[in-house]
Design a protein around this ligand. Structure first.
Ligand code: NDP
Length: 241
């Protein structure tokens, strides 16, 4: 059994979350991995790992999974709120249920995770919550209005909760990547927007790999508890917007 602390990762079934699961496991941490595609979590086959089918919009599901993992591995010391969806579109034509989904997953999902673990971290006076936002939380992009809205919310709520938790020695860290090669774009339903995005991505040469983001998440977590890297913004070198 590992003597390192429990790390919880949402959206670990693909992309950045999957890469984070691998690097934190490699670093010796027991893990709780959450996503809806349980088969993809289990296929990672990582040691000292509990995989749970959880929809982050359901706070009770997160709570039950965290309790199960804490019973086995001890208190959670790091939550990586990574699950997210990007459904691009225009305000007059996009199906509003897509906006609701982004708001529910990208904002409520993050808040739900925080609500489940923060009280315990404050009590123990130790812990780190890393919220995966985006450069789209700092500036706007065509067809990204609602996605940008959700990610700027993640920036804002993270910064304020960080201030509230600071005197309890709990760290809040924003991870704000630019374009990363993952499944994220594949859920956008407007095919012309998907094609335009792919063309834009090609101008960058090489997008970031999920491992690049995962390594920066691990780096921030591994700093001494007195050091809070408040935000990591990383993008492909050629991404000029
Ligand atoms: P992926 O689509 O590869 O991964 C998204 C993850 O979120 C999946 O594991 C998915 O799991 C999970 N997820 C989605 N909805 C839910 C839900 N309701 N409940 C639980 N899990 C859910 O994309 P990325 O790895 O790129 O995305 C990870 C994060 O990085 C997101 O927050 C995204 O906004 C952010 N980001 C990505 C960038 C990029 O260019 N790729 C750039 C900047 C930020 P499942 O479907 O199995 O539930």
């Amino acid at each position: 059994m590992s003597n390192k602390s429990l790390v919880v990762i949402t959206g670990a079934s693909s992309g950045i979350g999957e890469a984070a699961a691998k690097v934190f496991s490699q670093a010796g941490h027991p893990l709780l991995l959450l996503a809806r595609r349980l088969d993809r979590l289990e296929a990672l086959n990582l040691p000292n790992t509990i995989c749970e089918k959880v929809d982050v919009t359901n706070r009770d599901e997160i709570k039950a999974a965290v309790e199960k993992a804490e019973n086995k591995f001890g208190p959670v010391d790091c939550l990586i709120n990574n699950a997210g969806v990007m459904l691009l579109g225009l305000a007059d034509t996009q199906d509003p249920t897509e906006w609701e989904r982004m708001v529910q997953v990208n904002i409520m999902g993050v808040l739900n995770g925080i609500h489940v673990v923060l009280a315990g971290m404050k009590q123990r006076r130790h812990g780190t919550i890393m919220n995966v936002s985006s450069v789209a939380g700092r500036k706007t992009y065509p067809n990204h209005s609602v996605y940008c809205g959700t990610k700027s919310s993640v920036h804002a709520l993270t910064e304020q909760i960080r201030e509230e938790a600071a005197s309890f020695d709990v760290r809040f860290i924003i991870i704000a990547p630019g374009v990363v090669e993952t499944e994220l774009l594949s859920h956008t339903t407007a095919k012309d927007i998907v094609e335009g995005y792919k063309e834009w991505k090609e101008t960058m040469g090489q997008p970031l790999e999920s491992e690049d983001v995962a390594n920066s998440i691990l780096f921030a977590y591994q700093q001494p508890q007195r050091v809070c890297i408040r935000e990591i913004v990383l993008c492909p070198t050629r991404q000029n917007k």
